[in-house]
Ligand binder design. Structure first.
Ligand SMILES: Nc1ncnc2c1ncn2[C@@H]1O[C@H](COP(=O)(O)OP(=O)(O)OP(=O)(O)O)[C@@H](O)[C@H]1O
Length: 255
């Protein structure tokens, strides 16, 4: 599989005083291949979300580069970057960010209507298909206040997928859910990944990370370790075993 996203010596610093800088990302280099499912773990404040913001072009680096599909996003105009994020990237966050004055269906289709790459009829059909697969088709005309956290996160996943992005980024997408809903969301993401969408998640949760292919570990702004887990398949019933293996590896890092 080819490389979809590459960071080379990515650096980010914030001024924290007149002559003082905090180095939040320190020469981070990584490659994400098409079709991979990756988790970024690490202690609080180690730079995981900052890395995600830079890989997805939401923030500009202080040094180094990010290349997406061969295009260096660090040098793109704001307009081109916005178009890239809208059409090629999907986002799922812990706090779901659905619009309260729209029903779930309209939340899901909105960005595709804005992108104007497909007819509204085609977008609507796609949305319905995704909602069915995610088990929320019957909630299409419900408002954000009428759905549970797990249902809202499913809607957020449908929204992230509506433009059929190359990659979905998630920042603690299961962080606000109970463990059953979190497990179901991860099974759904694993299925979406197996159909070809690359996924990168930031998570603290070993159960979540154990369902990805590869875990990257960040410490103090640097990527310090990684672990290949292989593709998760629900039908293999080895979720527990994968979790234990990953927990053992994390413990062995001695951090
Ligand atoms: N806009 C900003 N200005 C100054 N410092 C920032 C800014 N954004 C992040 N930081 C700092 O960068 C460091 C890394 O933050 P980041 O949110 O990326 O960590 P994280 O690993 O995702 O943490 P958590 O797991 O708690 O979400 C922190 O020390 C944070 O205070």
């Amino acid at each position: 599989m080819g490389v979809l996203l590459e960071a080379k010596e990515l650096g980010k610093s914030y001024a924290i005083g007149p002559n003082e800088e905090q180095h939040v990302l320190k020469k981070v280099s990584l490659q994400i291949r098409k079709g991979e499912f990756i988790a970024v773990m690490g202690p609080s404040g180690s730079g995981k979300s900052t890395l995600l913001f830079h890989l997805s072009g939401m923030d500009r680096a202080s040094s180094g580069s990010v290349t997406f599909n061969g295009e260096e996003i660090s040098s793109l105009s704001e307009k081109r970057l916005a178009e890239l994020r809208l059409t090629k990237m999907g986002f799922i966050f812990q706090h779901i960010h659905l619009l309260k004055n729209l029903n779930l269906f309209d939340n899901i289709v909105l960005s595709a209507y804005l992108a104007k790459r497909s007819s509204r009829k085609a977008v609507n059909a796609r949305a319905l298909e995704d909602m069915k697969r995610s088990g929320i088709a019957e909630l299409a005309d419900k408002s954000v206040t009428q759905a549970s956290g797990g249902q809202l996160q499913r809607a957020a996943i449908c929204r992230a997928l509506i433009n059929r992005p190359d990659i979905v980024f998630g920042d603690e997408p299961t962080g606000a859910l109970n463990s059953r809903s979190a497990g179901e969301i991860m099974d759904l993401l694993a299925e979406i990944n197996r159909e070809g969408t690359t996924i990168l998640l930031v998570t603290h949760d070993v159960k979540v990370a154990a369902k990805t292919d590869r875990v990257l570990f960040m410490l103090d702004g640097s990527l310090v370790a990684e672990r290949q887990l292989g593709k998760y398949r629900k039908e293999n019933n080895d979720g527990k075993e994968r979790e234990e293996r990953l927990a053992g590896w994390l413990a062995g890092l001695g951090l």
